[in-house]
Design a protein around this ligand. Structure first.
Ligand code: NAP
Length: 320
């Protein structure tokens, strides 16, 4: 257990939001402690979702693009340069009902917390829901993607499959028609969940095709995606489709389990913020995808991390 006075600020999570909050709070002499997560699984690791992407071409300042993991490494180095202390552990429990706030690492049943803090910045992000089929993780960044805005450009004049029937799938599919030869929307029912206006746009786009009542059963390709095998759920019929891109758009899950019952959450699980990065508990701030299901970009996450840092700094000043 860490001894001593409470930290001025603890940042939980280390994607672009958390690391930007770290740069700003460190430069404001708040000596932040960042608990960055553990590389325990491919979808829940330090650096966040950018660690799962290949080239990032839309982050300003990198005219030739930059690989996602390298961008995160640079942000991390920048946060450390100004004195952020980073520990590679996972938070197992928080108590936000009293001050200083309490944070546990490891066994959450131990009576004493591992760390205490006057303020907390939550930047735990969100995870794309995945199909869970063989080869999906291996081909992520090599044909399989969860972000059309990030990766669509690489699929010019190619055949692409989008899985899902909600607004995300519709938005991804429509965006991808700018590049692709065809976009096949694979949906497990015969009716889309997406809003009417998005449905109309899809139906009116001549590049868009539909595979109704279907799932992607198998991925073809060892180092790169070459095709998908579809299964019709009503007839059990199997169809092979040549495709170099598969965009999984079946929803996201914000990483908010730690805060359930302690902070106001939307029904969908996202943290509710107001007036910038403020949460329902004074002194607790949130930034990045954990509170944003609309934009979900590295640059918007970074921007909101900056906001959370400034909000935390001002709040701490107001307490003394
Ligand atoms: P969503 O509305 O939950 O839709 C998820 C879609 O994926 C559904 O069609 C669902 O099928 C399908 N799905 C779920 N699990 C699946 C699985 N294991 N295999 C195959 N298909 C699966 O999620 P979303 O599209 O990400 O949208 C989330 C929220 O953000 C919504 O409120 C949406 O309106 C909003 N949003 C808005 C915009 C916009 O306004 N521009 C853009 C994006 C998102 P079923 O339909 O059968 O359940």
């Amino acid at each position: 257990m860490e001894q001593g006075n409470p930290r001025k600020v603890i940042i939980i999570g280390s994607g672009p939001a958390g690391l930007t909050a770290a740069v700003y709070t460190a430069r404001a002499s708040l000596e932040p402690l960042m608990i960055e997560g553990e590389p325990s699984s491919t979808s829940d690791q330090p650096g966040g979702q950018l660690m799962l992407t290949t080239e990032v071409e839309n982050f300003p300042g990198f005219p030739d693009g930059i690989m996602g993991p390298e961008l995160m490494e640079r942000m991390r180095a920048q946060a450390e340069r100004f004195g952020t202390e980073i520990i590679t552990e996972k938070v197992s429990r928080v108590e936000l009902g009293q001050r200083p706030f309490q944070v546990w690492i490891g066994d959450p049943t131990t009576p004493e917390p591992t760390h205490t803090a006057e303020s907390i910045i939550i930047a735990t992000g969100a995870k794309s829901l995945m199909l869970g089929i063989e080869g999906e993780s291996r081909l992520l960044g090599h044909g399989v993607s969860t972000c059309a805005t990030c990766d669509g450009f690489f699929f010019r004049d190619q055949h692409i499959v989008v899985v899902g029937g909600g607004d995300s799938a519709a938005e991804e599919a429509l965006f991808l028609t700018k590049f692709a030869t065809t976009v096949t929307v694979v949906h497990r029912r015969e009716e889309l969940r997406a809003s009417k206006i998005m449905q109309d746009r899809l139906f009116n786009n001549e590049k868009v095709r539909f595979a109704w009542n279907s799932t992607v059963d198998q991925l073809v390709g060892t180092d790169r995606l070459e095709g998908v095998r579809l299964r019709n759920l009503q007839t059990d019929e199997v169809t092979d489709l040549d495709a170099t891109g598969l965009f999984v758009a079946i929803g996201h899950r914000p990483s908010t389990d730690l805060f359930t019952g302690q902070l106001d959450l939307e029904d969908s699980g996202y943290l509710i913020t107001h007036d910038g990065s403020l949460t329902s508990v004074d002194g607790v701030f949130a930034c990045g995808d954990v509170q944003d299901h609309t934009y979900r970009q590295a640059i918007t996450a970074a921007g909101s991390g900056c906001m959370a840092a400034i909000d935390a700094e001002r709040w701490l000043e107001s307490q003394h």
